[in-house]
Design a protein around this ligand. Structure first.
Ligand code: HEM
Ligand code: HEM
Length: 189
């Protein structure tokens, strides 16, 4: 972990509120590569089959490596640090409704649940996409429908994910999207 300087003025003096690396380089590269591969797979779905399959498998590969990193990675990347019991997630959502939810340095409980849903969605898309290429399921319409429904469901989840990022950023006065680029967040807020 490393500390970084930021400038604020207290009593005429320039001080540096401590920041800390929360998202390691793997998590950041994983996140923005996942965004890119999902977007490419989505827009190429109708017309560019080869590109579509390539981007879909790449997204699946990213998610598989993230699952491993969730077991052996740095502190805030580990599932054990952010996957919480349903009761804790419900309590967090209740606090959110009241506008009194606490700030987390890593993923908050609602964000963590969304992350699991997003990872599962990509895994489901990869699996159904691959199944469609097998002789056993050749031209099975139900499979194509499940694949398409998963893709559209992902759009809804992604919209909620981004809304959650924006809401949490406003509530706690920090730019979470920037943190997913730089990796750093203020220790206290
Ligand atoms: C295809 C679209 C997207 C997908 C599939 C996606 C997926 C994910 C996943 C899986 C994580 C967990 C990261 C990890 O721990 O490894 C995450 C976190 C995050 N994403 Fe996205 N994301 C998408 C788009 C975006 C966009 C457009 C933004 C910017 C507004 C964004 C901002 C963030 C932030 C800030 C976090 C960290 C949340 C926190 O502070 O707890 N994501 N996203
Ligand atoms: C991020 C992952 C993926 C997303 C977002 C995605 C999205 C989509 C969407 C929206 C469609 C419907 C296109 C239409 O309207 O006809 C589609 C179709 C299809 N996808 Fe995927 N997909 C993904 C991964 C994969 C993978 C890994 C494969 C396997 C190689 C795959 C194979 C196919 C096939 C064969 C079709 C049917 C194309 C057709 O005959 O119309 N997809 N996908």
């Amino acid at each position: 972990m490393s500390a970084q300087a930021k400038h604020t003025v207290t009593g005429g003096e320039v001080t540096s509120p401590p920041t800390v690396e929360v998202w390691d380089v793997f998590v950041r590269l994983f996140h923005w590569s996942l965004v890119a591969t999902f977007a490419i797979a989505f827009v190429s779905a109708d017309e560019w089959e080869k590109l579509h399959n390539w981007a879909g498998y790449a997204a699946l590969g990213l998610v598989s490596t993230r699952l491993v990193w969730g077991l052996i990675g740095t502190r805030h990347a580990r599932f054990s640090s952010f996957v919480r019991a349903p009761a804790a997630t419900l309590a967090y959502l209740r606090d959110m409704m009241r506008g009194s939810e606490k700030r987390y340095l890593g993923h908050n409980p609602a964000g963590a649940l969304m992350i699991l849903a997003l990872l599962a969605g990509i895994a489901g898309l990869g699996l159904t996409g691959w199944m469609m290429t097998l002789d056993a399921y050749w031209q099975d319409e139900w499979l194509e429908e499940v694949h398409e429904a998963l893709a559209n469901g992902m759009l809804v989840l992604i919209a909620l994910h981004i809304a959650g990022v924006v809401i949490a950023s406003i509530r706690h006065g920090e730019n979470l999207m920037r943190a997913m680029i730089t990796g750093h967040k203020a220790v206290d807020r």
